[in-house]
Write a protein that binds this ligand. Structure first.
Ligand code: FES
Ligand code: FE2
Length: 337
């Protein structure tokens, strides 16, 4: 399955300190740790000796130590010490871990559960950049990656699930230009009317036209831009890590510029963002439980479900190990929220 041959966030860099950390991805348990130089390493969370979970062990002088008989592994996953072996006795060649590739970027430790790609993980735009304010959220969803990503890029639900907070039902229509690419779907809304909501009253600058775009980026990223002018721009990027078939760990980076008062805006914007994402957690828990109860999806699509079908076909193609095509097609959809 070549979706596994991609980078996925395993944890925030700051969470990986001097203890091993358990991370589950694609229903497989991994252990992360740092060596004496602070370089992160990953392996399947199973000791070569009697298969105890190494994430319950410790790190000593940069080596991962098993909690059962104390075997010690270096960053390459080689066993360096077996306490019970007499002096000079050889360490068996099989005493090694199944290691995995790691990449650290933007304050996250990325892990590849399969064969690591040659390219770096995608960067979070303007993350921690001068003039921008950044905050991060980690959210566990009881649903699958595609249901999560569709939700993050789905505007119509905002007028029901986030009514009053983010958007209210509005009869005014607009056009959306949907551009389906070889590894993305991009939606640009044209002349989107300013919604009347708590968020818009508080944060949208007056007399500015909103430029709103939504993007799905293979294999597991969503990006939403609300740009008013050069000094007022919000970007919400979410990376969905598949824990197992029905659990997704979502790492969201919210980065924005807002003149000189970004820090002040953050004071109100961060708790509101957490409240709004909790509303999504709740609806996706209900939806996910129903998908499981009825044994999968039986969706009806309309032209205003702008992202889902192309996102699914790109991900199915990657699962089959097919390389991305080059075709791009564009269509215009009339809709309202
Ligand atoms: S199970 Fe790990 S050292 Fe024995
Ligand atoms: Fe939502």
């Amino acid at each position: 399955m070549s979706l596994q041959n991609e980078w996925y966030i395993g944890c925030e860099s700051r969470r990986l300190k001097n203890r091993p950390l358990a991370v589950r991805l694609f229903s497989t348990d991994f252990v992360l740790w740092r060596d004496a130089e602070g370089v992160a390493h990953a392996a399947v969370d199973r000791c070569a000796h009697r298969n105890a979970p190494l994430s319950k062990g410790s790190v000593e002088a940069g080596c991962l130590v098993c909690p059962y008989h104390g075997w010690k592994y270096d960053g390459a996953g080689e066993c360096r010490h077996i306490p019970s072996l007499a002096e000079g006795r050889p360490i068996p060649a099989a005493a090694r871990l199944l290691t995995r590739s790691i990449y650290e970027q933007d304050g996250y430790v990325w892990l590849c559960p399969g064969v690591a790609p040659t390219h770096a993980p995608r960067s979070f735009p303007h993350c921690d950049a001068p003039g921008w304010t950044t905050f991060r959220m980690r959210t566990r969803f009881d649903s699958n990656v595609e249901a999560c990503l569709e939700n993050f890029l789905d505007c119509p639900h905002t007028a029901t699930v986030h009514r009053g907070w983010f958007r209210n039902p509005d009869p005014r229509e607009m056009d959306a230009v949907v551009r389906k690419g070889p590894d993305s779907v991009e939606v640009a809304f044209e002349k989107e009317p300013t919604t009347n909501s708590f968020i818009s009253r508080l944060f949208y600058p007056k007399h500015c036209q909103l430029h709103h775009t939504d993007q799905f980026l293979m294999p597991n990223l969503s990006r939403v831009d609300y740009r008013f002018d050069d000094r007022h721009h919000f970007i919400v990027t979410s990376q969905a890590s598949p824990v197992d078939e029905w659990t997704t760990e979502v790492y969201t980076v919210i980065t924005f510029c807002y003149g000189r008062i970004g820090w002040l805006v953050r004071l109100a914007f961060e708790p509101m963002s957490r409240h709004i994402i909790q509303q999504d957690v709740d609806i996706l828990r209900l939806q996910g439980a129903n998908l499981r109860r009825f044994g999968g999806t039986d969706y009806t699509h309309t032209e205003t479900d702008l992202i889902a079908l192309h996102m699914q076909s790109l991900r199915r193609r990657a699962e089959r190990g097919e390389t991305a095509g080059t075709e791009v097609n564009e269509k215009r959809v009339r809709l309202r929220f």
